[in-house]
Design a protein around this ligand. Structure first.
Ligand code: ADP
Ligand code: ZN
Ligand code: ZN
Length: 824
């Protein structure tokens, strides 16, 4: 008997053994997907890691229910990477599996599915009875259903197994509410059979559907959508899915009409990967300084696996990447180009596509899951050179032949995944991935992370610097605006000082653009009763609520729960609730008057929720359709607008006063990055940095664009207080519904760890937000010497918790523990 060791997409530390039924023996190989039952009713897609003939002892072994692949879906280095991530970041391989594969490649009982409107059975793939029942059920329901719901409706069991196959054949698709409808590579269109202008034929068509109400309705909708009866222009092509969506009718009705010859259903290939714009294939001509830097990178590669390119904003780092990508692809190898935010991909991909055309592949979470499956399979399908641009999850694509990984804006915090596990840092994982492929890593930043710069200075990474902007465009002038003083003199208008206002106004008056950066979304971050100082808080989380005016609701930014804004204070019964402070929504509202008639755009989570949200706003702003862009962090990231003259950082203190040892680093990076957006070829830009604390030492470095000076001061602080890069940190989070149990547990865990690690253990403490989604939270911190064996530390930590578990301490029950390694 053959047994397979499989990874399940669950937070379980071990792998699991299943027997391989005779008929599957030839089909089950490492890296293949199989469907297995886990627990009484649930089915999951699992990945085979190894095979053995040895029967496991001590429990009953279940058989694999189904195989899904003829070829491995994973390449060997991927599995290795998963294992590394799980070990290093203290999570399960199952957690990594969950994050690594697009949902469309892993069916679970909870997966929602719907019929793929563009699918047609081919003759050679006849449906089994079970498959037919499932498809009929979904067709009948006319909406998405979870696998569990299908089981309820049909009385069948093990539907996931069948569903997995239907998903793989394309008959079903994973249903995603928020994301734009999937367009498969073959799109189905519908047209009226009657030729345009042929009134007789059209009459006949109406006769043919006469009495069939739905068919009539469909025909009318189709005529309308295609503009068939419009004179003087060709009818527009109508997709089947758009037609069905508009009418709310189903495909069988259309088919019946096609049989009568009233409509024609036809397909067209579209190639999602084809780039339609111009491809020059030409590399940018580098300046002397840039050429010298390029040569240095090549030289550094001969000795080091990792090189840091430290180049001021607009020095041409991207142009260097393009040269290096070309170099690597000419060797027949692949490139992964990581960006911290998908907001960055729009402008960047255009630049890359101009040079590399169809070899540019984009992968990120705003794509629908089905699109992600397509890209995954494309990468899996070959070894040819390509450059994949993506956010951190693209590290998990099945590269065959990686030659270089670029980590652009390597200092960005968004490279670190916070929740859920795996809590990995994309930058650091990239280096591991590169090493597995024998590839080089290039880290790029205008403001490298202190840790990274330290390693470069120490000689562990190569270091190449670009100190001037391309073609000598000047760095902007930075003006620190003292808001305490302004307030005293009555020179504040809302959140903006008059000085800031005048900069923006001047820029707009001259036909230039401005950006206002504010770290908060929503209308107002604080609501309070002016009689008794009561403030509304989330029922599930220990945070105050943000008022959103457009929906007229208070919203918890931690769990998303909306609440009505009370008109009467629930504590003192007075109608005295007021909102205070500024979020982007309010900013947008209020500055409309201040800067009238300037045109204003807003970019934050709320305005970019749908797929093309970012892209539309970025396009509009860069095409000059607006004068002022108000936004959160999103506006700070590497965007290249060449008409921006003024940037204002509205609330610098909110960044600076975060209770974290990296708060100065964050502030320096953020301000420098935003500042990098200001300045045009002909005029020097201005950055207004509003703060109540203008004497903070950070500002002198920011004003002087002095990264080195700031770094020297910061690294000394880190050394003095034993923070990274001089130590490694692990945060331990404990969560529990019951506060007393949590306190008991966290104190006990802390005590045990102290017995082993002594003064390296800190806490437990209440984190800033001490309750989220009804769970209380406590945090412990471990500071470990860099040369200690992290593996040992982690093993001990885990074992200690397990001992507590085994000791039967009641508080352990219902507790959640997780670790954040190298918190960022
Ligand atoms: P960075 O990535 O360092 O911020 P970019 O590569 O985006 O800098 O360059 C900033 C701007 O200068 C871009 O508009 C880019 O097209 C232009 N630029 C930089 N180097 C060159 C070059 N060698 N030839 C033409 N344009 C360049
Ligand atoms: Zn009150
Ligand atoms: Zn909440």
């Amino acid at each position: 008997m053959l047994y397979a060791e499989v990874i399940l997409p669950l937070p379980l530390v071990s792998t699991f053994t299943y027997s391989v039924p005779e008929e599957f023996c030839a089909l089950v190989k490492p890296g293949h997907r199989v469907v297995v039952q886990f627990g009484k009713k649930k089915f999951y897609t699992a990945i085979v890691v190894s095979l053995t003939n040895e029967k496991p002892q001590g429990y009953e072994v279940k058989p694999i229910s189904m195989t899904l692949d003829e070829e491995p879906i994973l390449r060997r280095p991927q599995l290795q990477l998963w294992q590394w991530v799980a070990e290093y970041y203290l999570c399960s391989v199952g957690d990594v599996f969950k994050a690594a594969l697009p949902a469309g490649l892993k069916v679970e009982s909870e997966t929602f599915m719907e019929l793929n409107p563009d699918y047609e059975e081919s003759a050679d793939a006849r449906l089994s009875e079970r498959e037919a029942i499932i498809l009929q059920t979904l067709d009948h329901a006319g909406k998405r259903m979870s696998v569990a719901d299908i089981e309820k409706a049909t009385g069948l069991t093990g539907v996931s197994v069948t569903a997995a196959r239907l998903l793989d054949s394309g008959a079903l698709v994973i249903s995603e509410k928020l994301v734009e409808r999937y367009t498969s590579r073959k799109v189905t269109y519908v047209k009226v059979s009657a030729r345009q202008g042929d009134a007789d034929a059209l009459h006949k068509a109406f006769d043919a559907v006469h009495g069939a109400k739905k068919q009539e309705q469909m025909l009318l909708a189709l005529l309308d959508m295609s503009g068939h009866t419009r004179k003087g222009s060709e009818p527009t092509e109508v997709t089947q899915s758009a037609l069905l969506e508009r009418t709310g009718l189903t495909q069988p009705i259309l088919r019946a009409m096609a049989t009568k010859g009233v409509v024609e259903i036809y397909k067209k290939e579209i190639n999602r990967f084809r780039h339609n714009g111009m491809v020059t294939g030409e590399l940018p001509v580098l300046s002397d300084v840039q050429s010298a830097a390029l040569a240095q990178i090549h030289a550094s590669w001969r000795e080091k696996d990792v090189t840091l390119l430290h180049g001021v904003t607009s020095s041409g780092k991207t142009e260097l990447y393009i040269h290096l990508i070309d170099f690597v692809m000419r060797q027949g190898r692949q490139v992964l180009y990581l960006v911290p935010e998908i907001a960055l991909t729009t402008q960047l991909t255009r630049r890359l596509q101009r040079v590399f055309g169809d070899k540019v592949v984009i992968y990120h979470s705003k794509f629908s899951d089905n699109e992600r499956v397509d890209i995954y399979r494309k990468v899996l399908g070959g070894r040819e050179p390509m450059v994949v641009v993506g956010a951190r999850s693209s590290l998990f694509l099945p590269f065959a032949n990686l030659g270089m990984v670029v980590v652009d804006e390597e200092h960005e915090t968004s490279y670190k995944q916070q929740d859920p596990a795996p809590r990995y840092n994309g930058r650091d994982t990239a280096m591991v991935l590169a090493r597995m492929h024998g590839a080089k890593t290039l880290l790029g930043s205008a403001t490298p992370a202190v840790d990274t710069y330290y390693k470069a200075k120490e000689g562990r990474y190569g270091l190449v610097e670009l100190k001037e902007r391309y073609s000598g465009v000047q760095l902007p002038e930075i003006e620190v605006v003292d808001t305490t003083n302004a307030r005293k003199q009555g020179a504040m208008k809302g959140a903006l000082a008059e000085r800031t206002i005048s900069y923006v106004r001047d820029a707009v008056a001259d036909g230039n653009q401005s950006i206002l950066f504010l770290n908060r979304r929503g209308y107002a971050p604080v609501a309070v009763c002016k009689m008794c100082a009561w403030t509304p808080k989330c029922e599930h989380c220990d945070v105050s609520l943000t008022y959103h005016k457009r929906i007229d609701k208070l919203v918890c930014h931690y769990c998303g729960t909306p609440y009505p804004l009370p008109t009467v204070c629930p504590a003192c019964k007075e109608p005295a609730i007021e909102v205070h402070g500024y979020g982007t929504e309010r900013m947008e509202d209020e500055i409309a008057e201040v800067f009238a008639p300037a045109r204003i755009l807003r970019m934050d989570l709320d305005t970019t929720r749908n797929k093309d949200g970012y892209e539309n706003i970025i396009n509009e702003f860069s095409n000059g359709k607006a004068d002022i862009l108000v936004g959160t962090q999103m506006v700070t990231k590497g965007l290249d607008f060449d008409r921006v003259r003024t940037v204002a950082i509205v609330n610098t203190d909110a960044i600076l006063n975060q209770p974290d040892f990296r708060s100065t680093e964050r502030a320096f990076n953020m301000i420098s990055q935003v500042a990098g957006r200001a300045g045009r070829r002909d005029t020097r830009g201005t950055v207004a940095v509003q703060t109540r604390e203008p004497s903070h030492p950070l500002f002198q470095y920011i004003r002087a664009h002095d990264y080195a000076g700031y770094y020297e001061e910061e690294i000394e602080e880190r050394r003095k207080f034993n923070y990274p890069p001089f130590t490694r940190l692990i945060y331990i989070y404990l969560k529990h519904r019951d506060r007393a149990a949590l306190d008991e547990l966290s104190v006990a865990y802390g005590r045990r760890l102290r017995q082993l690690f002594g003064t390296r253990v800190f806490g437990p403490e209440e984190p800033n937000v001490a309750r989220v989604q009804t769970l209380y939270i406590r945090k412990l911190m471990l500071k470990i010497e860099v040369n200690a064996s992290m593996k040992k530390v982690k093993d001990i930590m885990r074992a200690t918790f397990e001992e507590m578990h085994a000791s039967g301490m009641p508080a352990v029950k219902g507790a959640i523990v997780y670790y954040d390694v190298d918190p960022y």
